[in-house]
Write a protein that binds this ligand. Structure first.
Ligand code: PMP
Length: 404
């Protein structure tokens, strides 16, 4: 069998689909903010599974909840009740200040479900004809990889060659309220947005944008759907990124950290006037809301209900931002952040983002590039401040090396 990193990489290269180009790090074990590779090297994880691992790898309370449930029952399907679903949806709804939860599995499923619900809501409540109903989305969006979702992406690599595309979407530039206002009309079921765009490079909109979007939705009688799959659940220093802007969406889409980095758990969270449009048989999932997922999801909600992770992300985020701003002019040409979630634009003349991430890995830091020369830093919220500082020092070291 394989034992070295090179052997594991060769095996994966031979038999796993090449839809990713991973860094040459073969992870074998992890705890908190740290991961070990098969050869015993340690790395600080500054990607945290695209923010699925917000509470750290193998958080003891989440692992305990999962283990306890493994010894009881893991799956019955929604054809029957389980004793785990009720507590999970009750406490998640309360955390979000909404009535109801539709449990699903992946982020993309939550997005697809949100679109279906918005269309059904427009049909039932507004009387919009199904062939004219539209959902307005933003340029630069990332909501997942299904056919319908890539149909409204403007990223050529996500979209090209995957047609025919799903109709019913209108795309306007992110941050442009006038364009949004012009695109939204009586046939608009919903505006679907990331309150902070993650994959685009942690794009934080100006303060007036989301309140303006809310007002446009209210005037047109359209739902505001916030995709908080990546921005939600503590990452930005609040439970939901929308809170920073004083905006309450009609629908939250949650995923990633809802499963605590242990298993896929996603959800659509909304009031009854919206989620109530779904009747038995109209939507579902074999695994959505299963007992194991519900047990872990409930444990995640209870971690968030303490407020500890949100406060810690805010404090660490302020520290990170200060240290990243100090790199401006030293190989860094732009910094954006909200909470413990930063997009760092490296001078493209120095190196590609991928090259910077390769060199960071050599210095024991795992990070991911996005869109050419942007590096995303989003470590688990349990990261120690001194380790966070070391990650920024490593980035500074890499940039100094590249400048020489
Ligand atoms: N929405 C957003 C905002 C995301 O960042 C992602 C994943 N990067 C998704 C949806 C899709 O989630 P999943 O990969 O679990 O389908």
């Amino acid at each position: 069998g394989a034992s070295t990193s090179a052997e594991h990489i060769a095996l994966a290269d031979a038999h796993a689909a090449h839809n990713y180009s991973p860094l040459p790090v073969v992870v074998a074990q992890a705890e908190g903010a740290w991961v070990n590779d098969v050869e015993g090297r340690r790395y600080l994880d500054c990607l945290a599974g695209y923010s699925a691992v917000n509470f750290g790898h193998r958080h003891p309370e989440l692992v305990a909840a999962a283990k306890a449930q493994l010894d009881r029952v893991t799956l019955v399907s929604r054809a029957f009740h389980s004793d785990q679903l009720g507590p999970f949806v009750t406490e998640l709804a309360a955390l979000a200040g909404k009535d109801k939860v539709l449990p699903m599995n992946t982020g993309a499923e939550a997005v697809e479900s949100g679109i279906k619900i918005a269309r059904k809501w427009a049909y039932d409540v507004k009387g919009v004809r199904p062939d004219t109903a539209n959902v307005v989305v933003a340029g630069g969006n990332f909501h997942g990889r299904t056919i319908s979702i890539v149909s409204f992406s403007d990223d050529p690599s996500a979209r090209t060659g995957f047609g025919p595309y799903t109709p019913g979407f209108r795309r306007v530039p992110y941050g442009d309220l006038a364009a949004l206002e012009a695109a939204v009309d009586d046939s608009t079921a919903a505006v679907l947005l990331e309150p902070v765009q993650g994959e685009a490079g942690v794009i934080v909109p100006p303060p007036a944008y989301l309140p303006g979007v809310r007002a446009v939705c209210d005037r047109a009688g359209a739902l505001l759907i916030a995709d908080e799959v990546q921005s939600g659940l503590g990452r930005t220093g609040r439970t939901f990124a929308c809170e920073h802007f004083g905006v309450v969406p009609d629908v939250y889409l949650l995923g990633k950290a809802l499963g605590g980095g242990i298993l896929p758990v996603s959800a659509v969270v909304a009031d009854d006037d919206v989620l109530g449009v779904l009747h038995p048989g109209e939507h579902g999932s074999t695994f959505g809301g299963n007992p194991l997922a519900s047990a872990v999801g409930l444990a995640v909600v209870r971690l968030l209900a303490t407020g500890y992770y949100q406060e810690r992300a805010a404090a660490l985020g302020a520290r990170l931002r200060g240290r990243l701003d100090a790199l401006l002019g030293r190989g860094v040409v732009g910094v954006r952040s909200l909470g413990l979630w930063a997009g760092v634009d490296v001078d493209p003349a120095l190196a590609s983002g991928k090259e910077v991430c390769l060199r960071l890995a050599e210095r024991g830091v795992l990070a991911k590039d996005t869109h050419g020369s942007t590096i995303r830093l989003a470590p688990p919220i349990v990261v120690e401040p001194a380790d966070l500082d070391r990650a920024v020092d490593a980035l500074a070291g890499v940039l100094d090396d590249l400048s020489r």
